[in-house]
Design a protein around this ligand. Sequence first.
Ligand code: GLU
Length: 476
Amino acid sequence: MTASSSITTRFAPSPTGFLHIGGARTALFSYLYAKRHGGKFLLRIEDTDIERSTQEAVDAIFEGMDWLGLKSDFEPIYQTQRFDRYKTVIAQMLEAGTAYHCYCTRDELDQMRNEQMARKEKPRYDGRWRPEPGKTLPPPPDGVPPVVRFRNPAEGQVVIDDLIKGQIVFDNRELDDLIIARADGTPTYNFCVVIDDWDMGITQVIRGDDHVNNTPRQINIFKALGAPTPQYAHVSMILGSDGSKLSKRHGALGVMEYRAMGFLPEAMLNYLVRLGWSHGDQELFTREEMINLFDFRNVSSSASRFDMEKAYWVNHQYLKTADVAVVAPEFEWHLRRMGLDLANGPRIEDVILAQRERCRTLLEMAEKSHFLYDELSGYNEKDAAKHLTADAAEILDALVEALSSLLEWTPEAVHQAVHGVAEARQLGLGKVAQPIRVAVVGMAVSPPIDQTLVLLGRTRTLERLTAAAAYIRNRS
Ligand code: GLU
């Protein structure tokens, strides 16, 4: 890693919706590439489509990027704040002859198109306003505001040495003269991207491969401006697990929805980095490892498939091994979201340690820990029918007695007490533990019974055991 490299990448979302999985992966690849090379990672908001861009979407993108910890090295750039700059460059290009005014009306363009289609030709601008040596242009018609077109090279090829897809060659004859400013003077998308990438000093453009066809046009504009052309890396699509287009059903959700589903941000990054990138058969990477190892040589040029089960698996690996202090704030977010009062239960770090083996997500963990922070709203019907049987009432009474007299409320002491009650009745531990679980948790699943009771605390344990015994007696 070089300390002061000039490598600069960017993530350039259009704020028309939340930060979705595909965008987040593109952002991650751009971030990793920059960090790997000691460079800078920038954020640009492509908000020139004023109809479709919203402030909520901008906020949602920032929120997603923040949650994932993909920090931009400078303040974000907004395209809508750069119109003066675009206008200046367009004026310079008109002056230099790399762009020209075109006065074709909508009707003329439609007619051109229809005639070409009738001749079975590919519809394209025929260059009627394009200045050529020795060509006389018609006089500009009155009252028709012109668009500005880029004077694309008429011959030759554009060769892209894509960092992921390898060499891609376009013939200039296939590219017609692109409109770079509309009749009302507003610049168009492909033009703005070039000026931004130039001004921001972008050295590698990393983006979805739905932009491949824009790239030769953009490269030609760079060349016409005498600007250095960046390298390109076009990242392949993410498909659903069945190989079809990724839809909501497959997991094409906003990253914040993954937060709500109980994913840890680091696990999400780890899952995303493996969508297309590999390092041998390693599956789990710390952020530092991702930065040190990421390379486009190991990014697949074919589409990757989203696999929800694997995402859960990765999340569970993180939950099981992550520093509890890192997990705690995320877990707290879930508990608060459920309206729980944290002062009403045990330290959340202790809950995480007790629950994390058996929970794949923080949402699951929060649901399974609800009983620690709130009163029980009832018993799971099936579990109550199976475990809160007539015989269990006496066992629960005996437990209340044994647990009341404990000198300490520790897992060992609680274990001894439960064991004692089981042994005196020649019952297996399970026979005793299951009614306790249903009594204190409301259902027959919880961490080991001694841990469960220690987390719940003595007062609540005794209250719930007593209430369950009363429930059994009332019922019979
Ligand atoms: N705004 C474009 C998009 O959201 C990205 C363009 C680019 O990265 O060059 O697809």
